[in-house]
Design a protein around this ligand. Structure first.
Ligand SMILES: N[C@@H](CCC(=O)N[C@@H](CS)C(=O)NCC(=O)O)C(=O)O
Length: 306
């Protein structure tokens, strides 16, 4: 029987909200493992072995990193192929990339500092709030360059005005929600829900689209503890790797895989398989047995270590 999905996530995480909402749209049951907004994450780190971003989806002893690959899994599990990035048009992919980079960082910079602090203090101790701010300042320097908040705000307003004109139907590219809809939703969710900055009422189509998306909710889910999630990994074997995925010169070799954009911490292991979309890394964790960690190829680099 296929292992059910355990989502390693935290409440304030926009990329996790993208996945939670997609699980709602797909109506798939899932288990919720709430983790810290910043490392160390005792139930995630031993399994992923370095990768430090959230969300991560766990299926037994398989860890799927990055929301773009998690959406592929959700699409397959729910047989709703229109949710997957691999089925999106070039135009939809470009919009999703824009929404999750430029628009996302502009939206994050518009959250009023006082509000950000209040939200953080609701979830974290004073010490961890300070650690979080210090940690994310480092990531902000990696991603934003020298753009001022005012310039970012102007660019954000212009982007939303353009998007408002673009929406003609129920969803961005037709009558069904796709990858781009979820990619656009989460920066706007972050600014309105976490930042308490509502969308301008003048953006009538965008507001209607946002409410439509919001209605998907998070689907049926129940909590799972860190101890139980680790026990699930320890009691499971990684999924088999298709023979055609093993037909790559680096398979069997020791490699490090890391994101190319930010939070570029690498994960070391032996390459177990390669498909058009993903790398599969085998890691022997000791306590929790062998796991496979899956990374998308887009936005990640791989280096041989032997
Ligand atoms: N491309 C990744 C981005 C994930 C991401 O940036 N997650 C945030 C939290 S919403 C994060 O982990 N930030 C930096 C960090 O903790 O290292 C994805 O789609 O999953």
């Amino acid at each position: 029987m296929a292992s059910s999905l355990i989502l390693h996530h935290y409440q304030l995480s926009p990329f996790s909200e993208k996945i939670r909402l997609m699980l709602g749209a797909a109506n798939l049951p899932w288990q919720s493992l709430l983790v810290s907004p910043l490392p160390p994450r005792p139930a995630t780190d031993p399994l992923t072995g370095g990768y430090r971003r959230i969300p991560v989806a766990q299926f037994g002893a398989d860890l799927v990193c990055d929301s773009q690959l998690i959406t592929e899994e959700i699409s397959q599990m729910s047989a709703k192929e229109y949710l997957a990035p691999s089925n999106a048009s070039q135009e939809a992919l470009e919009l999703a990339t824009f929404a999750e980079s430029t628009l996302f960082f502009d939206a994050a910079s518009l959250v009023p500092p006082r509000q950000a602090l209040t939200e953080l203090r609701r979830h974290l101790s004073l010490f961890d709030t300070a650690r979080f701010i210090w940690d994310r300042l480092g990531i902000a320097r990696e991603t934003r360059g020298n753009l001022s908040v005012a310039e970012g705000a102007k660019r954000f307003r212009n982007s939303l005005a353009k998007l408002d004109e673009q929406i003609q139907g129920e969803f961005l590219f037709g009558d069904q929600p796709g990858h781009a809809d979820f990619a656009l939703y989460h920066p706007l969710w972050f600014l309105s829900q976490v930042g308490a900055v509502p969308l301008s009422p003048k953006l009538t189509r965008l507001n209607a689209w946002y409410s439509r998306m919001n209605q998907f909710g998070h689907g049926p889910h129940s909590p799972i503890s860190a101890k139980d999630a680790l026990a699930v990994a320890a009691a499971s074997q990684p999924r088999g790797v298709l023979p055609e995925f093993r037909d790559h010169p680096d398979v069997g070799h020791e490699v490090v895989i890391a994101p190319t954009d930010y939070a570029k911490v690498g994960t070391r292991g032996h390459l177990a398989g390669v498909s058009e979309q993903r790398w599969i890394l085998r890691r022997d964790t000791g306590r929790f047995g062998t796991v496979h960690v899956h990374f998308p190829r887009r936005g990640y680099r791989i280096r041989r270590k032997d």
